[in-house]
Design a binder for this molecule. Structure first.
Ligand code: KG4
Ligand code: ZN
Length: 338
């Protein structure tokens, strides 16, 4: 089955053509990052306007890259939520119109379901597995027993990991978005230079908190007497990253052990982080747990990742009808009832 997938939940307008929920024929992402950078974060109204401008161009590019014509498309997959409501509506309205026009079924997919199933486009893990979803809006641990079967084991109580990266980068004057910049700087610094806190590390539950860590970095910077030189900046970045990585990896492995799971998927934009990838690889070799990271292009927001569950839902007759609406707050667990 050839599915056209459309994603517009935040600040990337994306479209992809996926065959049989497995094979990526095209994966086009138009980032709005330059538009939002000057404001230090995503401006929802601007995001919606930019999606409107980009969406048909991006869809046409996805069809062209895949070498398929629009009438070969047999189904549409689209992000229904969670995300910015105005941004979601652009993708969803386009998908509904195309589904009606082409007379093909529509699958309305959860954005985080897309992220955590992205590995199925490369090396598919067997079910069940533990998923750590780390992005700008989420830091969640899910038990995944199959497509459509998710249970939240823990989540951030305040900032998401990506949000903490972005806020720390902003307070260090490193621009927006900050994850990739801090990651690059961290490689040049000493991760033990500053003992930043490891929030919630010793709590027995699987929740996270990153807002205090961000405040600790802010207080440290305010107390610095001298201007921060390049090496000092790299040490701050490395020490902050070490704290984030330690909390994420230790709690994830603890959750896997508690649930008796031998496979872990790490997904979402923060899964691009080189420190996180290296630490998971190291711990995976020591515990007998296999860790799956999607390729970086499939970690950040993209439409290809929607193809896995869209294909599954369409093949199982779980079609969305044309009255389906966008949902800005939507838990993954609520899909289990469907
Ligand atoms: O999944 P994503 O593209 O969008 C959301 O659904 O939120 O994630 C974006 C987040 C941003 O906060 C960005 O700073 C972070 O992922 N990010 C990173 C890295 N690359 C992107 N965080 C840490 N290290 C990176 N290399
Ligand atoms: Zn995302």
């Amino acid at each position: 089955m050839l599915i056209l997938c459309i994603e517009s939940s935040c600040d990337e307008t994306a479209a992809a053509v996926i065959r049989d929920g497995r094979e990526i024929l095209s994966n086009v992402v138009a980032s709005q990052v330059d538009v939002h950078a000057r404001y230090g974060g995503v401006v929802p109204e601007l995001a919606s306007r930019k999606h409107v401008e980009a969406i048909s161009v991006v869809i046409n590019s996805a069809l062209e890259d895949a070498g398929v014509s629009i009438d070969q498309i047999e189904g549409i997959g689209v992000t229904r939520g969670p995300g910015l409501i105005g941004a979601l509506l652009v993708g969803l309205s386009t998908a509904k119109a195309m589904s009606w026009m082409l007379d093909v079924p529509l699958a309305a997919v959860h954005h985080m379901e897309g992220h955590i199933l992205a590995p199925f486009l490369e090396e598919a893990p067997d079910f069940p597995f533990l998923a750590l979803a780390v992005s700008g809006g989420h830091t969640h641990l899910y038990r995944v027993d199959g497509i459509g079967s998710y249970r939240t084991l823990g989540q951030t109580l305040d900032d998401a990991a990506g949000e903490a990266y972005d806020k720390v980068a902003k307070l260090l004057g490193l621009g927006y978005p900050g994850g990739a910049v801090i990651d690059r700087l961290a490689a040049l610094g000493n991760p033990e230079a500053i003992a930043f806190p490891r929030p919630m590390l010793h709590k027995p539950d699987f929740n996270f908190s990153f807002s205090g860590l961000k405040t600790a970095v802010l207080q440290y910077v305010k107390k610095c007497q001298e201007p921060i030189d390049d090496q000092h900046m790299a040490d701050i970045a490395a020490s902050f990253q070490a704290a984030v990585v330690e909390v994420l990896t230790r709690k994830t492995f603890r959750a896997a052990a508690a649930e008796g799971l031998e496979r872990i998927v790490v997904a979402g934009g923060v899964a691009c982080n080189s420190g996180l990838r290296a630490r998971f690889a190291d711990l995976s070799a020591r515990h007998s747990v296999k860790v799956f990271f999607p390729s970086p292009v499939l970690c950040g927001d993209n439409a290809a990742m929607l193809g896995v569950s869209a294909n599954y839902y369409l093949e199982n007759g779980q079609h969305a009808d044309n009255t389906v609406n966008a949902v800005s707050n939507w838990t993954l667990d609520s899909l289990n009832a469907n």
